[in-house]
Design a protein around this ligand. Structure first.
Ligand code: PRP
Ligand code: URA
Length: 214
């Protein structure tokens, strides 16, 4: 795993501050996340493989390009759903898979309740983009990465909004040098710390509750 990549785009920082504000209502919170998701998607898609494809413009035939990679989007339910919009709007051909995980409130350990993944031929060449707005203890992301590595997936991008140093450290510790080669983490902010209840500080509160108004 190369060092975590932080996105400092002014629009990301602007909308992230809107989301952090405890007074921001649900609709504005979700709209801000949608806008950020486009920038995260553009960044995540920037390394996709292309092949040549001939195109007839109104004037002549040229050598154009097309994406030549199987891409699977894997939001971690629920809050990961909040990051999907930019990805599916920018590249509607993306396959969306789902994993359902919640954190046990006491132990903070991940509990899996759902998994649906497409049948794909070229597992080792496919890129899987895990979406999880909050990397707190890192438990949910670690669980998901382990699952994918065991399935033979070798290109894993983790896309988040906020992360805590404790979570990044846990991911670093959990995976060996060989496995880390397959993992890339992108986030909009590395926050200060976790509090005693496992919330990211300063953070933005409970992402799932604020996205879905629960
Ligand atoms: C939240 C969040 C992450 C997870 C991060 O999920 O959406 O998936 O916690 O914490 P971790 O890094 O300590 O595992 P939550 O359990 O609140 O479920 P939800 O998405 O359904 O709200
Ligand atoms: N999950 C959240 O939604 N927020 C946090 O701060 C930590 C985990």
């Amino acid at each position: 795993m190369k060092k975590i990549k932080l996105i400092s785009h002014p629009l990301v920082q602007h909308y992230l501050s809107v989301m952090r504000d405890k007074k921001t209502p649900q609709a504005e919170f979700k709209e801000s996340l949608d806008r950020i998701s486009y920038i995260l998607a553009a960044e995540s898609f920037s390394s996709l493989k292309l092949v040549n494809k001939s195109v007839n413009t109104p004037f002549k035939k040229i050598e154009g390009k097309k994406i030549n990679e199987t891409i699977v989007l894997l939001p971690i339910l629920r809050a990961g759903l909040g990051l999907t919009k930019g990805f599916t709007d920018l590249y509607p051909e993306i396959i969306t898979s789902h994993i359902g995980i919640y954190r046990d409130e006491k132990s903070l350990k991940p509990v899996q309740y759902y998994f649906r993944f497409p049948k794909i031929q070229n597992k080792k060449d496919a890129t899987v983009i895990i979406l999880d707005p909050m990397i707190a203890t890192g438990g949910s992301v670690i669980f998901t990465i382990e699952y994918l590595l065991n399935m033979g997936i070798r290109k894993i991008k983790v896309v988040s909004l906020l992360c805590a140093p404790e979570g990044i450290e846990a991911i670093e510790k959990r995976f060996g040098k060989n496995e880390k080669k397959y993992i890339e983490i992108t986030s909009c902010s590395l926050d200060e710390k976790l509090n005693e209840k496992g919330y990211i500080i300063p953070g933005l509160g409970d992402a799932g509750d604020r996205i879905f108004g629960t």
